[in-house]
Design a protein around this ligand. Structure first.
Ligand code: SF4
Ligand code: SF4
Ligand code: FES
Length: 271
């Protein structure tokens, strides 16, 4: 049987409204319905002007992050009846400007992310342009950064971070985590220029280790851990106590029998 739930939604259109306002909608909720499903119901049945962002509907793309009952989380993988039996407050992610209603402007986050060189940087241009082999990593080397690659750039960590709330220039948990992710990748040569960005004012040392970022991360990335590990690496480097990074070995193509070719699955629908 459906339960009536009231959504209390923060509305704001900077092009028309002088200030944000709260608007209530009551809807019938069936078990299993997500906060995102509820927003669709409201738009289809009560107010077609309500704006939010989403894409995959399965906790992968990172676009439906919003503040649900005071916690930054994903609307598509939060079931309504798991968080309330009566009232649900929904607001845009804090620490970002609002484009409209529940749509935050994530541009500063993506610009900061771009500034930390979020890709494998290499100096062997010749090998990059005409590859002859593979860079081999051990399982231990992979484990040093694997967890941090699960980040889907949703912005929940920045919305929860007291450092980002009080200092809009703070690089923030997501970009700092990604800087650490590439710094410890043995295929990467970009640590020096990345550290030039993260060790400046408003960088890694502005994190006061509240840990809120890790608490809300829907992917278990643990940005607070990455940031503290990066602080440690920087301090050891400054004190000249850090050993040189062991670069990934370049290993030529395997000899012997070629691997069997994997056939694509047959079409399951008529062409
Ligand atoms: S670290 Fe987690 S919370 Fe932060 S952007 Fe990545 S997935 Fe989202
Ligand atoms: S640990 Fe650092 S980055 Fe994470 S919420 Fe606290 S201040 Fe922000
Ligand atoms: S719609 Fe993609 S994560 Fe929610």
């Amino acid at each position: 049987m459906a339960t009536n739930i009231t959504y209390n939604i923060r509305r704001f259109d900077p092009e028309k409204d002088e200030a944000p306002r709260w608007q209530q909608f009551t809807l019938p909720v069936e078990p299993g319905m997500t906060v995102l499903d509820g927003l669709h119901w409201i738009r289809e049945n009560q107010d077609a002007t309500l704006a939010w962002r989403y894409s995959c509907r399965m906790g992968v793309c990172g676009s439906c992050a919003m503040l649900i009952n005071g916690t930054p989380c994903m609307a598509c993988n939060t079931q309504i009846l798991h968080v309330t039996d009566r009232l649900l407050t929904v607001a845009p992610l804090p620490n970002f400007n609002v484009i409209k209603d529940l749509v935050p402007d994530l541009t500063p986050m993506f610009e900061t992310h771009a500034s930390i060189f979020p890709q494998i940087e290499r100096t062997d241009v010749q090998e990059m342009e005409n590859p002859t082999a593979e860079y081999i990593q051990s399982t231990e080397e992979l484990e040093r950064y694997l967890q941090f690659t699960y980040c889907m750039k949703c912005g929940c960590c920045i919305a929860a971070c007291p450092g980002s709330a009080t200092d809009r220039e703070y690089l923030g948990p997501m970009p700092l985590t990604q800087a650490y992710r590439y710094n410890v990748d043995t295929r990467d040569d970009g640590e020096k220029k990345r550290n030039g960005v993260v060790s400046r004012a408003h960088g890694v040392f502005s994190c006061h280790y509240a840990g809120e970022c890790s608490k809300v991360c829907p992917k278990g990335v643990d940005p607070a851990r990455a940031i503290q590990l990066m602080k440690k690496e920087l301090v050891l480097g400054y004190l000249r106590l850090k050993g040189a990074k062991k670069p990934a070995k370049l290993v030529g193509p395997p000899t012997g029998e070629a691997k069997p070719k994997i056939e694509a699955p047959a079409f399951t629908v008529e062409q």
